[in-house]
Design a binder for this molecule. Structure first.
Ligand code: CO
Length: 133
């Protein structure tokens, strides 16, 4: 089994501070990490749950993929991050299994991780992110 943990569940929101406040009030959640990822056009806040995270995600510019997702489908579940020991190995295994990669090779993600995205088409309608810490 190549997956070692659910790294994060990513939820697209239009107002990051309001979403953080909601999770604080509802669950007593605290922000473990907050980062603007300029290359992806997003700002994220990570709320730690055991060894995983809830990732609240908001677009930083109108042409960001997350902005387009919100435009199309509204706020809500955006992708699942699967934690792996070796992103390149997991990406190759997914391609061999018939997956359509968005990233042809692993690239830098937030908080110093190495990531690769897989297209929802061919992966049961789910945008998958492989995350190597
Ligand atoms: Co993610």
């Amino acid at each position: 089994m190549l997956l070692t943990e659910i790294d994060h569940v990513a939820i697209a929101v239009t107002d990051l501070d309001a979403a953080i406040d909601y999770y604080k009030r509802a669950f007593g959640a605290t922000v473990d990490h907050r980062e603007i990822v300029e290359s992806d056009g997003v700002e994220e806040a990570l709320l730690k749950v055991a060894e995983s995270y809830i990732q609240l995600l908001t677009p930083t510019r109108p042409d960001s993929p997350v902005a387009k997702a919100i435009e199309k489908r509204g706020e809500g579940l955006h992708h699942i991050g699967y934690r792996v020991a070796d992103c390149a190995e997991a990406l190759a295994a997914m391609i061999a299994a018939g997956a359509t990669p968005i990233d042809k090779a692993p690239r830098p993600g937030s908080r110093g991780t190495t990531v690769a995205f897989i297209h929802p088409k061919g992966s049961y309608g789910t945008l998958i992110e492989l995350v190597q810490e």
